[in-house]
Write a protein that binds this ligand. Structure first.
Ligand code: SAH
Length: 216
């Protein structure tokens, strides 16, 4: 038990379950991981609010619902290996770590890499490896992955990320023609090696900056 456990239960009930998140493993992970350890200390009282929060360097920790929706869409099982792009605070990586076997998480800003490593250690999470790199290129050394989650918006689906999915693998990311207009998209690599795309509707993310993303 911690001082925020009842707020966390309310978050799961009102922001997630009531809005249609059904995957019980996702709901359990969101109830377990202490989100307040992933936000700046002076914002801890807002950690379980229904919104993104600033984490410094112009970046945000995503709204809880968006993290849960992404994880549900990834259809994770406990043996999966997952690539998480846009580590930020490390919160989404910590949720993914409850749902899969091993997570590689990539962040481009060195200050946030350190912050995320500290946050993950404080939360007792030990199956996430945080790397500092351009995540638009994925992680060729560790590919292929069962699932890839991207927490920043790209102009198009990065070709490198599609190429790093296993057959049957899932990629969830926001994609849009401008830095402010995006749809959440799931790309599934079929057993025949081609791709099926579902559009899940409008979202607002910070930009994915890199070789297969937006210019800096
Ligand atoms: N999943 C995070 C959300 C962070 S916001 C959390 O739970 O807190 C998105 C993050 O993507 C930012 O930290 C930003 O610096 C990072 N980012 C943007 N472009 C990137 C790229 N090409 N590779 C890796 N990280 C990137």
């Amino acid at each position: 038990m911690d001082p925020f456990s009842s707020e966390r239960r309310d978050m799961v009930e009102t922001q997630l379950r009531r809005r249609g998140i059904r995957d019980e493993r996702v709901l359990a992970a969101m109830e377990k991981v202490p989100r307040h350890l992933f936000v700046p200390e002076d914002l801890q009282h807002r950690a379980y609010w229904d919104c993104p929060l600033p984490i410094g360097h112009g970046q945000t920790i995503s709204q809880p619902y968006v993290v849960a929706l992404t994880c549900e869409l990834l259809e994770l099982s406990s043996t999966d290996s997952v690539l998480d792009i846009g580590t930020g605070s490390g919160y989404a990586a910590a949720i993914l770590a409850e749902l899969a076997a091993h997570i590689i998480s990539i962040e481009r800003l060195p200050e946030l890499v350190q912050l995320a490593r500290d946050n993950l250690a404080a939360a007792g999470c030990n199956n996430v490896e945080v790397q500092c790199a351009d995540g638009t290129l994925g992680c060729p050394d560790e590919a292929p992955f069962d699932a890839i989650a991207v927490a920043a918006a790209a102009p198009d689906v990065p070709v490198s990320l599609k190429a790093q999915l296993k057959d049957g693998g899932r990629l969830v990311l926001p994609v849009g023609p401008s830095r402010h207009l995006q749809d959440l998209v799931r790309v599934r690599r079929t057993s025949k090696g081609d791709f099926r795309t579902d559009n899940l509707g409008g979202v607002a993310y910070v930009p994915l900056v890199g070789a297969e993303g937006w210019a800096d």
